[in-house]
Design a protein around this ligand. Structure first.
Ligand code: GDP
Length: 298
């Protein structure tokens, strides 16, 4: 189960931005804090979260009268865990039938793969899942979702060249009629022409609410953990437009630096329901602030 921690650590070592190396010296001095600041920024932690962590760390070091860099590292792990803690929240289903989950994100973030993994995860918990292919602009997107539906042996609502909002509406209706526990709506990550993505997604959101007044119950944004501060910009933009309820952060097994989660916790604390740590069905983990902080510090 802990394989992802090793993969995350390996990814951090690969990029050479390891924060761990800051604590290999013998003294706690300004040079240590300077190096740490640089390492945190290189790990995508962002200016605000980095400053907050450093201020908090200096306070804790003073209070604990620590004399060894290793002790400072442990205090940083505590401070980082505390910063990340608000992101730790489970995805709860069962309150509504069906729970309608709209999944959004830019192309390439890992949205389709994450929907496949999430379907597997939910099915394992005994939920009956229905997929909706509301990215009707790209035939490949529809086909790819179909592959994940087959792999998971779940039904899919799909319509060649159809209207994304209409497909979403039909899927929610079908989910209600067929007694499904979850309807997962895959949306477009990019549109072919002048149409604005956010307007299209807002329309899907409105139409889902027409089909079921309490829905959507969740609006999940999938972001690529490799894209650093750009991922934070995406969280802001999608949250402003759609009122996000959760995030899935993908590709944390590769060359991602991981610090972006601290930036998100600082600037737009949308819960991280899951992290993606590989391309296989089971490579989806729930987010644990303590584990993540420890992996990040190497
Ligand atoms: P979409 O355009 O957002 O739907 O993105 P896809 O789901 O098609 O994923 C884009 C690429 O990222 C594919 O090659 C996936 O296999 C890969 N991918 C998605 N999630 C992860 C992950 O957590 N780890 C790794 N290593 N690759 C991932």
């Amino acid at each position: 189960r802990k394989g992802w921690l090793d993969r995350l650590k390996a990814g951090l070592r690969k990029t050479g931005s390891s924060i761990a190396s800051v604590f290999t010296g013998t003294q706690i001095d300004d040079a240590l804090y300077d190096e740490l600041e640089e390492a945190l920024l290189l790990a995508d932690t962002g200016v605000q979260a980095t400053q907050r962590l450093l201020t908090e760390l200096r306070r804790r070091v003073k209070e604990s009268k620590a004399t060894e860099p290793a002790a400072v590292k442990a205090l940083l792990a505590d401070a980082l865990t505390e910063l990340l803690r608000p992101l730790e929240k489970p995805l709860v289903i069962g309150e509504h039938q069906p729970t309608v989950i709209m999944v959004v994100g830019v192309n390439g973030a890992g949205k389709t793969t994450s929907i496949g993994k999430l379907t597997w995860h939910l099915a394992h918990e005994g939920a009956h899942v229905l997929l909706a292919a509301a990215d009707t602009f790209r035939a490949a997107a529809r086909e790819q979702l179909g592959v994940w539906a087959d792999r998971n042996m779940v039904e899919i609502v799909s319509q060649e060249g159809g209207d994304p909002a209409a497909v979403s509406f039909d899927a929610v209706q079908a989910g209600k009629a067929r007694g499904k526990d979850v309807v997962l709506v895959d949306t477009a990550g990019r549109l072919p022409t002048q149409l604005h993505l956010m307007e299209e997604l807002k329309k899907i959101r409105r139409v889902i609410t027409k089909a079921e007044p309490t829905a959507p119950h969740e609006v999940l944004l999938v972001i690529d953990g490799n894209t650093g501060q750009n991922a934070l910009a995406q969280v802001r933009a999608f949250d402003d437009a759609l009122q996000l309820t959760g995030l899935i952060v993908t590709k944390l097994d590769g060359t991602a630096k991981g610090g972006v989660l601290a930036a998100i916790a600082q600037e737009r604390p949308v819960p991280v329901y899951f992290i993606g740590v590989g391309e296989k069905l089971e490579d989806l983990e729930t987010f644990d602030a303590r584990e993540f902080a420890q992996a990040l510090l190497g």
